[in-house]
Design a binder for this molecule. Sequence first.
Ligand code: SF4
Length: 333
Amino acid sequence: MKKSSASHPFFAENDCGGPPISIDDAKIIYNLPFNDLLFRAQTIHRTHFNPNAVQMSRLLSIKTGGCAEDCGYCSQSAHYPTGLKASKLMEVERVTAEARKAKDAGATRYCMGAAWRSPKDRDMDTLVAMVEGVKALGMETCMTLGMLTETQAGELAQAGLDYYNHNIDTSERFYSEIITTRSFADRLDTLETVRMAGIKVCAGGILGMGETVDDRISMLLTLASLPVPPESVPINQLIPIPGSKLADADPVDPIDFVRTIALARILMPTSHLRLSAGRTEMSDEMQALCFFAGANSIFVGDTLLTADNPGEDHDTTLFRRLGLSPMPLERAV
Ligand code: SF4
């Protein structure tokens, strides 16, 4: 990591995608006057992206609930009485039919998520067929299936999987407060496995789990410090799930959320930053600030894996009010 000083010329020159700075410098940036922070994030954003284009992904739960992991934020963990009904792995035909509908509604990337610690080898043929089926529609594909072996990552890459989502969720320091069934290092290992297989990486985190601002900054620096930063960085706002460990978590301050987006944009200038879970709890004005701070991707559709999402009508109206348009596939990398 290139270490900078407090007199760093501030990242206006930071356009190479690498993280440039120490945690102390990142804190200085995070705590800049809000207008200065957003101006600098927006300046970097528009050197790499059309500032008025937003990439649109659609998410489908291909296997819901009953997960062996104990992620404290999740409705699908078998460790918590969240009341979610578990279901088996979906049939390939149903997945491709849903993907076709998403494409017709404007989504360019189809993300398929399974509530697993890791896929079983017996499921790989089905997963490969899903990737091939969605690719055949002309969409980008993404999967989130838990930890992968090198062999499994290779099979998915061979099938044409474009992205693999594997969030690091929070800082290394705070990780064991949220998840005990795997380690932060396990997470990084899978990210490396995916990258080595030639699949693009989608990795981000969740705000509002009781972490400190320093934890959020540390999480972003971990992502920005990967040998290649993730091409896609989802930033979620916790949706407290009744019955889960984090059912009573305090909501994140909206200004802190926007600051985190801005810092992510500055640290990872060429990554797509996705406003993910929690948009139902954000005002239109807060989302507008997030887009100004550098967010340029959303999930569309009424549901995420299991949580609600603003409906397409609401997003269409918001896009019209803000003069935003969907990012075409060739820029939606
Ligand atoms: S976040 Fe994923 S791995 Fe964790 S409990 Fe939920 S489905 Fe399982």
